[in-house]
Design a protein around this ligand. Structure first.
Ligand SMILES: [Zn+2]
Ligand SMILES: [Zn+2]
Ligand SMILES: [Zn+2]
Length: 141
């Protein structure tokens, strides 16, 4: 059983052909993509795919831990393949779209700030935009 199949099984979600293709396409992409881009790439392998089901199925991939939702630098929503269960954040390359996960979470450092404000956080997002090693090398040339 592949990791993708296992995630579906563990969460008791039926793995349909479309869902499998979406998860595999996201994995192969190796970068953060919009729902629209994922749709376009997945449609090559599954011509019957339509955009409304893609959107719903991406939410399912997110729920079972196979996809990360990432806020893109221009306010769009991106999705990246996820295969580690630890809470993490991402560096996102503005050149090639590659996402590099890291496990440091700034939220713990801010505990005092929330306590002082009497604020109870229920969720957060934290992404770092920039250029990956390859892209910064390319840009220096
Ligand atoms: Zn991630
Ligand atoms: Zn890059
Ligand atoms: Zn965090």
């Amino acid at each position: 059983m592949t990791y993708i199949e296992k995630c579906f099984k563990d969460k008791g979600i039926r793995i349909t052909g479309q869902r499998r293709v979406l998860a595999e396409t996201l994995k192969e992409a190796g970068r953060a993509v919009t729902a629209r881009e994922l749709f376009r790439e997945a449609k090559a392998a599954w011509p019957d795919m339509n955009f409304s089901t893609v959107y719903r199925n991406i939410q399912i991939l997110k729920d079972i831990g196979l996809a990360c939702e990432i806020a893109g630098s221009d306010g769009n929503t991106l999705y990246a393949y996820r295969d580690d269960e630890e809470h993490h954040h991402h560096m996102i390359c503005k050149g090639c779209g590659k996402t590099i996960p890291f496990e440091f979470c700034p939220i713990e450092e801010l505990k005092g700030v929330f306590d002082d404000a009497g604020f109870v956080p229920t969720g957060h997002s934290f992404e770092v935009y920039g250029y990956c090693r390859e892209c910064s090398k390319r840009r220096r040339k």
